[in-house]
Design a protein around this ligand. Structure first.
Ligand SMILES: Nc1nc2c(c(=O)[nH]1)N[C@@H](CN(C=O)c1ccc(C(=O)N[C@@H](CCC(=O)O)C(=O)O)cc1)CN2
Length: 297
């Protein structure tokens, strides 16, 4: 079997087009322009690229983008004061603090200081609790993107066996909650899981979010299963230079799976598209308006 490649770039372009339509309606019918504030502390090169890309795409879909770049040695007090200012600003409907933060800053404290209604990353403890109890929340962007691609590929996910490999707060745990919400039978596997290959072999859906390059080989995959690869790892090429790979070993998994997301060009582009979707959702909710269809969990 050769897997169908789930094209995350094309999918993300489609999500952004839907966001842009909704933004146009918000502007033309209601006179509201959604606004997204992104806060970057320090000069991590990858974070700088992601933040630039977020700002560019925010403007492309017709929303206002507010970028706040702070020095790496910014104090917690200054960062919290900025977040309080953004919480109070009616032009700002979404707030995102780019992670990772420098080590001297307490990420949990910072994230939990964001107004949950503006927490477009879905990382605030209130949103975590709402998602865990099946209530309306802001949903973390990467798992939301994975869910959208899975729904589009499978139609209904009801009754499917899903194995999420990785238990991070940003991907693994919310992904498991979303799959449970769609009536999958869900297992969260991790570094201490006994006989990981046997666990993964039961899965109709494998979400690889463990953060280790090419860790999941094709022999672990049930023929016809769907592999969603959340990993973004840079490895050395034998001929020199580097390349990006996922947490699944692409070639051997693609030979067995029914469908697979590539790296790059799979889950990654959906992360930013879903951030824009969450911002338009937050703006609609803040104004008591109908939420965009197909852009929420
Ligand atoms: N506050 C947040 N911080 C971080 C998040 C997040 O969702 N919220 N996620 C990641 C970084 N990230 C967005 O912030 C992100 C990662 C990857 C991509 C992406 O499109 N990747 C491309 C490859 C890009 C490359 O060439 O390096 C792909 O997979 O095709 C977008 C956004 C950590 N921080």
């Amino acid at each position: 079997m050769t897997a169908t490649v789930i094209d995350g770039k094309a999918f993300a372009a489609d999500v952004r087009a839907k966001v842009a339509e909704h933004v146009t309606r918000l502007k033309e019918v209601h006179g509201i322009t959604p606004g997204l504030a992104v806060v970057l502390v320090g000069e991590d090169p990858a974070s700088q690229v992601y933040v630039r890309s977020k700002g560019k795409m925010t403007v492309e879909v017709g929303m206002n983008s507010y970028e706040h770049k702070l020095d790496a040695d910014t104090s917690e007090e200054v960062l919290l004061a900025l977040i309080a200012q953004l919480n109070a600003d009616p032009a700002v409907h979404g707030i995102l603090v780019q992670l990772p933060l420098p080590a001297h800053l307490d990420s949990d404290l910072v994230i939990n200081s964001i107004d949950p209604a503006k927490d477009v990353d879905g990382f605030h403890i209130s949103n975590v609790g709402l998602l865990g109890t099946g209530q309306k929340s802001m949903v973390p962007c990467t798992p939301l993107g994975c869910l959208m691609m899975l729904r589009a590929h499978h139609g209904s996910l009801s009754g499917l066996n899903a194995v999420v490999v990785g238990r991070s707060n940003i991907v693994g745990k919310p992904m498991a909650q979303l799959l449970l919400g769609d009536s999958c039978t869900v297992t969260i596997a991790h570094s201490r899981t006994k006989d990981l290959p046997a666990v993964v072999q039961q899965a109709d859906i494998v979400v690889a979010a463990v953060g280790r390059a090419q860790m999941i080989p094709g022999e672990w995959i049930k023929p016809g299963a769907t592999v969603i690869d959340v990993g973004i790892n840079r490895i050395d090429k034998p001929e020199g230079g580097t390349r990006l790979v996922g947490d699944a070993d692409y070639d051997s998994c693609a030979a067995v799976a029914g469908a697979i997301t590539p790296v790059p060009g799979g889950v990654g582009p959906m992360t930013i598209a879903c951030l824009l979707a969450n911002t338009v959702t937050a703006c609609s909710r803040a104004n008591g308006l109908k939420e965009p269809e197909g852009l929420t969990a």
